[in-house]
Design a protein around this ligand. Structure first.
Ligand code: GLN
Length: 246
């Protein structure tokens, strides 16, 4: 009888300690736990300043941070490092980036003060600090069904022609509070403004990231269903709260 070695995944956590606000680290924990519940070994590798992008990362996570943290991170994520990250996504790695991380995956982010911060141009999108701060619950219609989260940003993100948004806003402001879009998708990379943390309350999206990570490593993916009762209740509660407090 062959005892198959357990499947494994490598999660690359970009600037973990520096870009990690409003519970964003919960996304890394959700990805790892939902994989481990399916007997998939998960290695979480933090990728910090001056460190190159390993070529065996299956799923990247890049969280949010305040403008001043974005300055340092923007200067670090340039040149070869940016090219390595773009190449990983072109080769099928999955990614979730939230808020400040999302903005730096576009062409640039223009803060209220100081020079524009260069992004890596993975998304054809441009962001700039707006006159007001969008703070509140968010509900988005997406290809994974309804997604719920929490936004806290002054940044306005405008998507280029033909860029697929993560979804359509039902409650909240999203990319810019004007065009009804939230987030962006390119290949298996998702950017969005949904803090919360997003993934613990949106298991379908979490499982999709895990599946894309498995496809990247093994060429195929099968994830047995697990009991999502707690996640479903958290999702329902967040959705009800969003609709009653808007
Ligand atoms: N530059 C971001 C903003 O739009 C930073 C906030 C965040 O990452 N939550 O405000």
């Amino acid at each position: 009888m062959t005892t198959e070695s357990p499947r494994c995944l490598v999660v690359g956590w970009l600037y973990g300690t520096k870009m990690n606000i409003y519970g964003d680290r919960g996304n890394v924990l959700a990805i790892a736990q939902r994989a481990r519940w399916r007997d998939i070994d998960v290695e979480i590798r933090e990728i910090g300043f001056g460190e190159s992008i390993p070529d065996d990362v299956d799923i990247f996570f890049w969280g949010g941070g305040q403008d001043q943290e974005q300055v340092a991170v923007s200067h670090d994520m340039q040149g070869e490092k940016a090219e390595q990250l773009r190449t990983s996504i072109e080769n099928g790695a999955a990614m979730l980036a939230v808020c400040g991380g999302y903005q730096l995956l576009g062409h640039e982010y223009r803060p209220h003060n100081g020079e524009p911060l260069r992004g890596i141009g993975l998304f054809d999108a441009t962001s700039m600090a707006g006159p007001e701060r969008f703070i509140g619950n968010v509900v988005v219609n997406s290809r994974w069904g309804i997604l719920v989260g929490f936004e806290n940003h002054s940044g306005l993100t405008w998507l280029g022609e033909g860029v697929e948004p993560l979804g359509k806003i039902q409650v909240g402001c999203g990319n810019n509070g004007q065009d009804g879009t939230e987030g962006a998708i390119y290949r298996n990379a998702i950017g969005c403004y949904l803090h919360g943390a997003l993934l613990p309350k949106n298991p379908a999206l979490t499982d999709w990231l895990v599946e894309m990570g498995l496809r990247h490593r093994y060429g195929s993916a099968d994830l047995p269903a697990i009991d999502d009762d707690l996640e479903r209740r958290a999702h329902e509660t967040a959705m009800q709260r969003a609709f009653t407090t808007r």
